[in-house]
Write a protein that binds this ligand. Structure first.
Ligand SMILES: *Cc1c(COP(=O)(O)O)cnc(C)c1O
Length: 365
């Protein structure tokens, strides 16, 4: 049996580090917003080549607090890719704003810069880009568009820790980078955790207050804030794992290269483009016989996932939020299949999986 993901085996190489970190936090006697959080914030800011990092409770909150920091008037419009994970859209709604869907580029699965301008109205205030599956968006073009139309840019970096375009790292392009450290992400904690990156001193102060009851000085509340603090114990674990994030990404890139080399061209593979350093949070292939292939692989003892089975505009909870049709997004959701690509997988696993897929492809595709 080849698991799609296994959090025990993923984290096993870090157990000794985690135990040491836990012991330190335990003995410190300081369990909320202490030294582990501020140390991790400094380390992660430096990793992302930005001046500031603010630890928060999870990725969704990182997105919400980023938007709240701008104080946009209610119901202003935020552009967001139509095939993103639902969190990006929920953040816009929770911030009292209106999500406007932009279709992705079918080659990269990221927001299509050619389709951004047609969605801009007098009410548009921001673009929320999502570096989906671990691939950086076309940020050179997007930042120019945003500047031309005076839009703020928030990057959803939850799937792309360490990915770059032309050597520039995600989380350092926009006004804010929003990160999730959910256990399965490339940089994952042992529970919920998140962070925001930015180079603005002013926005940093605002977000630092927002995550802590809107308070800069104890018992003095300047904003309608939240309780969304990065947990001290998780921050300690994250510092340990961050030291090996490049190793994790390198491993996933090695596995991806094995897939790219071995897999039949009868399935659609991720594009590899010059100037992009992809970190493969997810390695997806596409085929019209996706459901049949998934079942076949399961019979061969290979577990796979679908990211994602239902596009946001067809989710029950978002009924009535969107108008129009999103055929590219629907095409992706109907055909995409995510293959195992975790830190504990080996190139031998990739060979076995590729062989099974190629056998299926020969028979059915
Ligand atoms: C995981 C994820 C999030 C949300 O992160 P949480 O920490 O689970 O709140 C947001 N956006 C994307 C694209 C994600 O993959």
């Amino acid at each position: 049996m080849i698991d799609y993901e296994n959090l025990y085996w993923l984290n096993k190489p870090f157990f000794e580090d985690y135990k040491q970190s836990f012991e330190e936090t335990l003995n410190s006697g300081w369990y909320v917003l202490g030294k582990s959080v501020s140390d991790f914030e400094n380390e992660f800011a430096s990793y992302c080549h930005v001046d500031h990092c603010i630890g928060v409770a999870n990725g969704l909150d990182a997105l919400i607090l980023s938007l709240k920091a701008f104080d946009f008037p209610k119901n202003k419009e935020v552009l967001v890719p139509s095939n993103t994970y639902i969190a990006t859209i929920l953040a816009i709604l929770h911030a009292g704003l209106k999500p406007v869907l932009v279709e992705p580029d079918i080659r990269t699965y990221n927001i299509d810069p050619d389709k951004i301008e047609e969605k801009i109205t007098k009410d548009t205030v921001a673009i929320m880009v999502v570096h989906l599956y671990g691939k950086c968006c076309e940020m050179d073009r997007i930042m120019k568009l945003a500047a031309a139309h005076n839009l703020k840019v928030v990057e959803d970096c939850a799937q792309a820790h360490g990915a770059t375009q032309h050597g520039k790292i995600v989380g350092s392009f926009g006004d804010f980078g929003a990160f999730s450290f959910y256990p399965t992400k490339n940089l994952g904690a042992l529970g919920d955790a998140g962070a925001i990156t930015t180079t603005s001193d002013e926005l940093t102060e605002k977000v630092r207050a927002l995550r802590n009851y809107g308070s800069r000085i104890k018992y003095i509340n300047d904003y309608i804030g939240y309780n969304s603090r990065l947990d001290e114990v998780q921050a300690g674990f994250l510092s340990k794992k961050l030291k090996r994030l490049d190793e994790i990404n390198a491993h996933k890139r090695r596995l991806a290269n094995a897939y790219l080399e071995l897999l039949s061209d009868r399935v659609t593979k991720p594009v590899v483009e010059e100037g992009y350093f992809d970190v493969y949070h997810i390695f997806n292939i596409r085929t019209p016989k996706r459901d049949q292939l998934k079942e076949y692989l399961m019979e061969q003892g290979i577990k796979t996932e679908i990211h994602y089975p239902i596009p946001p505009h067809q989710q029950k909870g978002l009924a009535g939020v969107f108008e129009g049709s999103f055929p590219i997004s629907e095409e992706i959701h109907a055909t995409t299949l995510s293959l195992p690509i975790s830190f504990f997988h080996t190139e031998e696993d990739m060979a076995q999986i590729a062989e099974a897929i190629n056998t299926f492809a020969q028979l059915h595709l």
